[in-house]
Design a protein around this ligand. Structure first.
Ligand SMILES: Nc1ncnc2c1ncn2[C@@H]1O[C@H](COP(=O)(O)OP(=O)(O)O)[C@@H](O)[C@H]1O
Ligand SMILES: [Mg+2]
Length: 362
């Protein structure tokens, strides 16, 4: 077991001037499950490949425990990686696939068999050990790839979008299995995904990247409750947080016909005449068409989920039309084309600088 440290680690690909990963700084605790998340091209795989030793590091350092591994070859890092395409050997049985790395390392046959059988038991693969990968389902192949990493008992697991080849339902059950397996084994894990739901549900902490730059590292709860900037606010949460540019008023911000109180400090930190207020869909109070409060939202689409519903509507804000999403109770669903008046619930607003995107409220 070991900690992992990205110490201003930078990767600039040959022929490029802009770093694909720019001075990445994360301290990962022993046994922690850390998820790297962000849109396609933000530098997730590059970060993981630098830790694996598959990509040169052009600045800064990477440490596993107190070993500086920045320039060590992959085989000397004591890590095991699970790739998106699993990279199983098609001509080998499941058992041989799982034991292959140990065989290369010169471990004796009896010990390999024992480790493979232990891992197979954990992963529910015992009855498939003699099969070839092509005779397995997608979920089983995914577990073989996990098994191959587990038998090596590495200090660190690295996983790059390991669920992206599974169908939606299997992805949900497998993510729970991987998270609970990781907790049982207690092996420090760095997991890459572009899916923010996967990130929030699996990670002890989540690191959000954008354009090679780390935006925030935090627990899933803090990431949701206190996004550090407009990018994280819009990226984490589904449906996304509503982000509305509003004028600063006396004692708060002007939200349609209402003045919504927000922290005084947040407004004194603002350097613009407006701030951008973030409100999650579940944090609006909703009144009917005859209300004289808040913003008038014309309902375009209602997505019913049984227990509740998401209302997708349009409001006029600062002379421009703005799409908003509002969660309402399932027994209280408005008609398409009707008008709602919405007011952000006090204490549930997020205030950001419109120009810099930085969070201004606590
Ligand atoms: N081998 C490479 N050579 C040059 N540029 C690359 C290479 N691999 C990735 N990149 C670029 O680096 C950036 C980050 O890529 P990557 O780490 O693969 O992102 P992600 O995994 O988050 O989708 C992208 O702009 C990508 O085009
Ligand atoms: Mg990638």
């Amino acid at each position: 077991m070991a900690t992992v440290t990205f110490d201003k680690a930078t990767r600039i690909y040959p022929g490029s001037t802009k770093p694909a990963v720019d001075a990445l700084e994360i301290d990962i605790a022993d046994g922690e499950f850390l998820v790297l998340v962000g849109p396609s091209g933000c530098g997730k795989s590059t970060s993981l490949r630098m830790l694996a030793g598959l990509e040169d590091v052009n600045g800064g350092a990477i440490r596993i425990g107190d070993r500086d591994v920045t320039h060590l070859p992959p085989k000397d890092r004591d890590i095991a990686m699970v790739f998106q395409n699993y990279a199983l050997y098609p001509h080998m049985t499941v058992a041989d696939n799982m034991g292959f790395a140990l065989k290369i390392a010169g471990v004796n046959k009896a010990e390999i068999r024992q480790k493979v059988e232990e891992a197979a038991k954990i992963l529910d693969l015992t009855e498939y050990l003699d099969r070839k990968p092509k005779a397995l389902s997608g979920g089983q192949r995914q577990r073989v790839a996990m098994g191959r990493a587990i038998v090596r008992e590495p200090q660190v697991f690295l996983m790059d979008e390991p669920l992206s080849n599974l169908d939606a339902k299997l992805r949900v059950s497998t993510r729970t299995q991987i998270a609970s397996l990781q907790r049982r084994l207690g092996i420090t894990t760095v997991y890459v995904t572009h899916d923010q739901v996967e990130a929030l549900t699996m990670g002890d902490r989540v690191a959000v990247l954008k354009d090679g730059l780390l935006q925030q590292v935090d627990t899933p709860r803090n990431m949701y409750d206190r996004p550090a900037n407009l990018f994280v606010a819009g990226f984490i949460g589904s449906p996304a947080m509503n982000l509305v540019e509003v004028p600063i008023a006396d004692g708060g911000v002007k939200f349609g016909k209402s003045v919504v109180p927000v922290q005084r400090d947040a407004l004194s930190a603002a350097t613009d005449k407006t701030v951008t207020v973030g409100v999650r869909p579940e944090h609006f109070d909703v009144a009917g068409a005859d209300s004289d409060q808040g913003l008038a939202v014309v309902v375009n689409v209602v997505e019913e989920l049984g227990s509740d519903a998401f209302v997708y509507g349009t409001a006029t804000v600062g002379g421009e039309s703005k799409d908003l999403v509002v969660r309402v109770g399932g027994r209280n669903v408005p008609e398409k084309g009707s008008t709602l008046h919405v007011v952000p619930r006090a204490g549930e607003t997020h205030v950001f600088s419109t120009s810099t995107g930085a969070r201004l409220s606590d």
